[in-house]
Design a protein around this ligand. Structure first.
Ligand code: ATP
Ligand code: MG
Length: 421
């Protein structure tokens, strides 16, 4: 077995530059078969009869997303995803990053795969775990024995591997209550896996399992978070951005594209429509009484976005609104805005305060881009005293002053379509 492994792994060392590092380590350690990625299905595992549909979409998403980092075999068994490198093209570091950002998995880890044999585990596990154990002081071993025919019971596996690790790493102590690292041994159908700790996955449901929705995306903090949250519920996203040149700049538009690129790392490619909004905003400025202007504008955004969303076969709109955040987000204002949308409006941030939204923005990596100071069409022509308790009939009367159908159809028609990935 050992000779065969050397034969498998020496070849990449000779032939392939950057990838060779991983395989060289494996040869030095000699005994473990290869490093793989394990993923745990989150709430998908709770689904009933249609669980397999969710699983096959997750597998399809993973295979598609991993195709950029070499050849991997991706499979699922008992709610565990296995991502196995097939040859030297497989870049496991890049694959791990992708797995962490794939919706549908609640936890992701890297593990060494062994033959189901304690001697093989003893010989290879200390070397594999070295990078995790050298820098900590306490550990514990946990065993999961899915293969009930395996000779040792879970407590015996823990005791034996624990003893071996204490021997090889004399600085370590066992702490069963609050260990710095938990070493897990899983004895599964095909192989045994050893890993140190695991990372929280992106969670949620696989992209595409909940249908399609269109996010109204600004360059602010809120809407990218809203987009991410709804993509996490399994929605495939498209996006609409309203731009008002020359009041808003190309740089502001670029910032929006950068934000969508970050979201797309999780959600997959996003088709975005950049809608020319200057004419609508100038008409509103010239014809609508100032206190109503923001709400009329938001209603026109909803109408335009609804047209584009339907073209994209989306069944809902998504916004980053949060109750009471600004004048246009009071309950009365939101109900007037909703009335102009011809699709369901999802507002995942509705009950969150700004600190909570910022925490998510930081975690998903949009915050630093969002706070770059560029103008948005919502911040040009802002009224000094906006209505906070608007009546729908007042707004409808204001809108009589505009040729709404024509304005909205023209804006949707002239939207520029791009793909962000
Ligand atoms: P922040 O509140 O962090 O500045 P925001 O994106 O929430 O950012 P708001 O002015 O609160 O900005 O706008 C409320 C919502 O309206 C946004 O979350 C977004 O869904 C939508 N929106 C605002 N401006 C635009 C725009 N230029 N294009 C598309 N949608 C927009
Ligand atoms: Mg906001």
């Amino acid at each position: 077995m050992r000779l065969m492994l050397s034969a498998i792994f020496i070849l990449p060392v000779l032939t392939c530059g950057s990838i060779s590092v991983n395989f060289t380590i494996i040869i030095a350690l000699g005994m473990y078969m290869k490093e793989i990625i394990l993923g745990k299905c989150g709430e998908m595992a709770l689904k009933g009869l249609n669980r397999t549909d969710f699983e096959s979409i997750l597998l399809k998403n993973l295979r598609h997303r991993l195709s950029c980092c070499g050849k991997f075999d991706v499979s699922i068994s008992q709610s565990t995803i296995y991502i196995r490198p097939i040859d030297e093209t497989a870049d496991i570091d890049a694959a791990f990053d992708i797995a962490l950002k794939t919706f549908g998995m609640s936890a992701v880890s890297r593990a060494a795969a062994f033959e189901k044999d304690m001697d093989a585990i003893f010989a290879g596990a200390p070397g594999y775990l070295e990078k995790y154990l050298n820098s900590v002081r306490t550990f514990k071993v946990e065993a999961k024995r899915a293969d009930k025919t395996f000779a040792l019971k879970s407590p015996e596996i823990c005791r034996e591997l624990g003893g071996k690790l204490l021997e090889v790493f004399p600085h370590l102590k066992v702490d069963v209550n609050r260990p710095d690292v938990i070493v897990t041994v899983e004895i599964r159908e095909r192989e045994a896996y050893v890993r140190a700790g695991q990372h929280k996955g992106a969670g949620g449901l696989p992209t595409g399992t909940s249908g399609r929705a269109t996010v109204l995306i600004s360059g602010g903090i809120d809407s990218p978070v809203a987009a991410w949250m709804m993509a996490r519920r399994g929605l495939k996203l498209s996006a609409v951005h309203f731009a008002s040149p020359p009041y808003t700049s190309k740089r502001a538009e670029k910032k929006v594209m950068q934000l969508l690129e970050i979201v797309a790392k999780y959600s997959g490619p996003i088709t975005v429509y950049v809608v020319p909004f200057t004419k609508i905003q100038e008409e509103i400025r010239d014809k609508v009484d100032e206190p109503f202007s923001t709400l009329v504008m938001r209603r026109l955004m909803m109408r335009t976005a609804s047209i584009i969303a339907k073209k994209e076969h989306a069944l809902a709109l998504i916004t980053g609104e949060s109750l009471g955040q600004v004048a246009s987000q009071t309950l009365r204002a939101l109900s007037c805005t909703d009335e102009a949308a011809s699709l369901t409006v999802f507002r995942p941030l509705i009950g969150m305060d700004k600190e909570e939204i910022i925490t998510i923005a930081r975690n998903i990596g949009t915050f630093e881009t969002s706070i770059q100071p560029f103008e948005d069409c919502c911040t040009v022509f802002t009224p000094r005293h906006p209505k906070t308790r608007p009546q729908l009939d007042e707004l409808l009367a204001q809108e009589q002053r505009l040729d709404i159908e024509v304005l909205v159809a023209e804006a949707a028609d002239n939207a520029e379509e791009r793909l962000v990935e």
